[in-house]
Design a protein around this ligand. Structure first.
Ligand SMILES: C[S@@+](CC[C@H](N)C(=O)[O-])C[C@H]1O[C@@H](n2cnc3c(N)ncnc32)[C@H](O)[C@@H]1O
Length: 217
């Protein structure tokens, strides 16, 4: 009941606030060409994509607020294709997208590194991953509170984690950080408002699935 009816409305209401709109707009100005969005939610990024986007392919396993999504998709000036699948296993060929986007989603995906390995796989050479996420604080006192409150957030946020180090997840997946901004969102409690906004590039080499051991010479 909560996960199906209450949480999606709460999420849509909170995440469409003016502060979040400004954040989305900042992130998405460099999106272009064929774009993949993981964790599409209720489509709140749609009005912020610039005219350089030619098509959007979005994945999200949950069919959230379908009437609102349909209205937002109808207003988009480019084709939007949505698939009800998990980002950990993307149904696209290698090197399909110019750009991939995740906003407020890496906190929730059960295996974020696997999802990011998939993002790396489907990005074209030179493709970019744009992310806007909340995560673990660098302040150890706040991070301890994030660890303590994480089980509660997990329940109330339907799988959301407070304490993931987003830059580490990006690097573990083999993506290369171009740049990243770390800041606290004004007016939001630090445990939930520690922001990671950045751009990472597809690496030339796919990440090894296991640590590579050196053969003795
Ligand atoms: C907090 S919402 C953010 C929605 C949207 N990205 C936004 O910025 O408004 C997190 C989203 O991640 C989605 N999600 C959860 N697990 C996922 C997975 N394995 N792969 C892709 N998306 C997932 C949820 O269904 C939800 O829509």
């Amino acid at each position: 009941m909560y996960a199906t009816y209450i949480f999606p409305r709460l999420m849509d209401w909170v995440l469409r606030g003016q502060r979040f709109q400004t954040e989305r707009h900042r992130l998405l100005t460099s999106a272009h060409g064929m774009v993949l969005e993981i964790g599409f939610g209720s489509g709140l990024n749609l009005p912020h994509y610039p005219g350089t986007v030619t098509a959007l392919h979005a994945v999200d396993p949950a069919p959230l607020l379908l009437d609102r999504v349909a209205r937002r998709v109808a207003r988009a000036p480019f084709p939007v294709h949505i698939q009800r699948v998990r980002a950990e296993r993307l149904p696209y060929s290698h090197a399909t997208f110019d750009c991939a986007v995740s906003t407020f989603t890496l906190c929730t995906i059960p295996d974020p590194v696997m999802a990011l390995c998939e993002v790396q796989r489907v990005l074209k050479p030179g493709g970019r991953f744009l992310f806007l996420e909340h995560g673990r604080s660098d302040d150890s006192a706040i991070a301890r509170w994030q660890d303590r409150l994480n089980p509660f957030q997990n329940w109330v946020g339907c799988g959301c984690h407070l304490n993931r180090r987003i830059d580490q997840l990006v690097s573990e997946a083999g993506l290369q950080l171009d740049h990243m901004n770390r800041y606290a969102l004004p007016g939001v409690p630090r445990i939930i408002g520690e922001m990671y906004r950045g751009v990472a590039a597809r690496n030339g080499q796919p990440p090894p699935s296991k640590p590579v051991s050196q053969a003795p010479s």
